[in-house]
Write a protein that binds this ligand. Structure first.
Ligand code: LLP
Length: 446
């Protein structure tokens, strides 16, 4: 499986964005996150075009949680996307990148006063309110100010997607949003409308992530269409914006087949148009918040293979070949967290037959298996392993476990490679650490 601009060169090496990945590994070190700029831009355009063809008015918010750094925010801005931020850090990054604040929306199920105040001070476009506690907090922050804050109400549509339990959010039993069935969502809309300091601009839902079928989104669109009708009936208000969240899946392996954008668009807009047109209600602007589907396949992580060992695994003479790489749990926690499955190839011998079963292991002090079983040319120490589809929720979720340094991110395009995030240094690791002087004065017993 080759994704984005990935190609096998005449030298048998894997190329991304016209760059030889073996050279990238030598030049920038490993582990290395490689982001394919053309793949990012192409996907953003294709996603948007599909919905623009299917629906009169659309707006795209890039879900920055999937992958954010200053350069990414610049690309998102250039592509005409809006952006969803869900923390002070994401907001700060966007603002530092010069992202227009009016194209930012703030998310979060437990926003702090600091986050809300920073968002207000920056003049962001709107806040997606999750609960009554936040609604009241925002009202009091806005009180006495000469401006109002635009808000959307996050609703829980009560639909349950087929995906890992940790990335389901649309079901009733969730920490996110206002329940629709028990009337909370409608109540929140009414309270927003009654407030002088808030301006209600729409409703939002997000059902889950890595969804490879359209049905949950279709069900959510049906439920949300009904909510729009109920809001109109109860308050007379025609809802201007409906955000159906993110969630479209990506190819981690050849068996992961997400719907094509135009099929997805057609499936999602159909119930919405049908329900609203039947009642003669104007269609809202349809907003979406894709994250993984934009960044996932655009990212590849390069590792160097170190120890390779064959170990006996049963009494019948069965063995397993372990290839350990120079990263693992700290740069990609997803196999451990969500039993995620990744595809890989040997970047320096990409044309050789993949005929050997290999278990790819990380180098942390626990059993951090990155890939349980994959076929590769027989690996040797020094090979460069390219793990695909690591653009989403890898760099974003990286940690310093075992005091590993977070890898660099390189952006490639048309044969050019630029570091957009530097590799952490040992000095970075210790920055901000102190030894209280009293510790130095404690007599040590030996
Ligand atoms: N909108 C909201 C409100 C979200 O919570 C999310 C993701 C998105 C949009 C973007 O969803 P996407 O298009 O990326 O599926 N760490 C997990 C994924 C958590 C997703 C959190 N919310 C993972 O690595 O799979």
């Amino acid at each position: 499986m080759l994704l984005g601009t990935q190609q096998i060169g005449e030298n048998g090496h894997l190329y991304i964005g016209g760059c030889d990945t073996v050279e990238l590994a030598n030049r920038f070190g490993t582990p290395l996150y490689v982001m394919d700029e053309s793949a990012l831009r192409t996907t953003m355009r294709a996603y948007r075009a599909a919905f623009e063809d299917a629906y009169p008015s659309t707006e795209f918010y890039f879900a920055s949680k999937s992958f954010l750094c200053i350069a990414m925010a610049v690309i998102v801005e250039q592509e005409g996307y809006h952006m969803d931020v869900a923390s002070l850090g994401e907001l700060f990054t966007a603002l530092e990148a010069g992202f227009p604040p009016e194209r930012l929306a703030l998310h979060g199920n437990n926003k702090s006063v600091d986050e809300l105040e920073a968002a207000v001070a920056a003049g962001i476009g709107h806040v997606i309110v999750d609960n009554f506690y936040e609604l009241n907090m925002l009202k009091s922050i806005m009180q006495g100010r000469p401006v109002t804050m635009k808000i959307m109400i996050r609703a829980t549509p009560g639909v349950d997607p087929q995906t890992h339990r940790l990335i389901r959010t649309g079901q009733a039993d969730t920490k996110f949003g206002f329940n629709i069935k028990d009337g909370s969502a409608l109540k929140a809309v009414k309270e927003s409308l009654a407030s002088d300091s808030l301006q209600f601009i729409g409703v939002h839902c997000h059902v889950g992530s890595q969804l490879l079928e359209s049905d949950t989104h279709v069900q959510a669109a049906q439920v949300m269409a009904q909510l729009l009708l109920d809001i109109r009936k109860e308050t007379g208000v025609i809802v201007e914006n409906l955000n159906i969240g993110g969630g479209l899946g990506v190819r981690y392996s050849e068996t992961d087949v997400p719907p094509a954008y135009h099929e997805f668009a057609a499936a999602v807009v159909q119930p919405l148009k049908e329900a609203l047109e039947k009642e003669g209600v104007p269609l809202p602007t349809l907003q979406q918040e894709p994250g993984r589907s934009i960044t996932g396949e655009a990212g590849t992580t390069l590792y160097q293979v170190g120890a390779v060992k064959r170990v006996p695994i049963d009494e019948e003479g069965g063995t397993r070949l372990y290839a350990s790489i120079d990263g693992g749990l700290s740069d990609n926690p997803r196999p451990q967290l969500y039993q995620a499955n990744y595809s890989c190839l040997l970047a320096n011998r990409a044309q050789q037959p993949a005929d050997t079963h290999v278990r790819v292991a990380g180098k942390h002090c626990e059993t951090d298996i990155l890939i349980q079983d994959t076929l590769l040319p027989e690996p040797a120490s020094g090979d460069i392993l390219a793990v695909q589809t690591t653009g989403a929720y890898n760099f974003a979720m990286a940690s310093n476990y075992n005091r590993f340094l977070r890898p660099a991110v390189v952006l490639v395009n048309d044969g050019e490679a630029d570091v957009i995030v530097e590799r952490q240094t040992l000095a970075d690791l210790l920055r901000g650490e102190h030894i209280p002087s009293r510790l130095l004065h404690i007599p040590v017993e030996r």
